[in-house]
Ligand binder design. Structure first.
Ligand code: KIV
Length: 287
């Protein structure tokens, strides 16, 4: 599959073709997404909660993001990858924001970056884009400032905050963002913003009338414990299957049925075999 381009995303918007974005934080997940032709992958700072065991995204660092973005790139050389800018990566100064965005591209191998925040971030978005780096915005429930927002709750429910989200979306588009994630906002608000803007609106908990849907991969496959907000649909219960596999392995070891002779290596008999030549199957790890 050819790597998705921003031109593809704009064309899909014009044509009304809906697409998906999923998170990935490591090479094996990236490989799965590449095989299923997911057009856009986000190495989100949800890394903090999903992988690193934190209870928020605040502790996530640039080092974490570069490290995991690079792993995703190694797992899927052809995917369009967006690297997330974590807490304090863009807030301190525009120069620092450009440098941090550049690290996700240069060291992490991302194609674009995502950052949280609206109007006040527009100048920073512009600077990053001027450096040649495409930017995805993120409005609504922005976990990096969840405390200011009153916790993890739906945003834009009253007239003022809905207006602010709409104005923020417009300023991000005017600053040059190529798309915007709208997280946990009422469906009618998201739909009207998607209709008004020329760039794709990617919803999560934002209803169905937007241009694309993003979910955290681990939520989709049931690898996020009891965490199941209503905007998530689980397609498989992987955690249950993993527990079952571990239990069966333990049973097989305690009963003595693992490893079998097929899962063990025998002593080489011939001179060739002892030298580890290709003719000797006993020196091959697989097969
Ligand atoms: O960090 C993340 O995974 C995100 C998505 C939920 C949009 O921001």
């Amino acid at each position: 599959m050819a790597r998705t381009t921003i031109q593809d995303l704009m064309k899909w918007k014009r044509e009304g073709h809906r697409w998906v974005c999923l998170t990935a934080y490591d090479a094996p997940t990236a490989r799965v997404l590449a095989a299923t032709e997911v057009p856009v992958v986000l190495v989100g700072d949800s890394l903090g909660n999903v992988i690193l065991g934190h209870d928020s995204t605040i502790p996530v660092t640039m080092e974490n993001m570069v490290h995991h973005t690079a792993a995703v790139r190694r797992g899927a050389p052809e995917l369009f990858i967006v690297g997330d800018l974590p807490f304090l990566a863009v807030q301190v100064s525009e120069d620092e924001a450009v440098r941090n965005a550049g690290r996700l591209i240069q060291e992490g191998g991302a194609d674009a970056v995502k950052l949280e925040g609206g109007g006040p971030r527009a100048a920073t978005v512009k600077r990053i884009i001027e450096a040649g780096i495409p930017v995805m915005g993120h409005l609504g429930l922005t976990p990096q400032n969840a405390t200011q927002l009153g916790g993890y709750r739906v945003q834009g429910v009253d007239e003022n905050s809905a207006r602010k989200i709409r104005e923020d979306a417009i300023s991000l588009e005017q600053a040059g963002a190529f798309s915007i994630v709208l997280e946990c906002v009422p469906a009618p608000l998201a739909a009207s913003i998607a209709k008004e803007l020329a760039i794709p609106i990617i919803g999560i908990g934002a209803g169905g009338d937007v241009d694309a849907q993003v979910l955290v991969f681990h939520d989709l496959v049931g690898l996020s414990g009891d965490f199941q907000p209503r905007f998530v649909r689980r397609y498989v219960e992987i955690e249950e299957q993993m527990r079952d596999a571990v239990k069966r392995f333990q049973e097989d070891v305690t009963s003595g049925s693992f490893p079998s002779s097929k899962e063990s290596f025998s002593m080489p008999h011939s001179k060739d075999a002892a030298e580890g030549s290709e003719q000797n199957p006993e020196t091959e790890l697989s097969g």
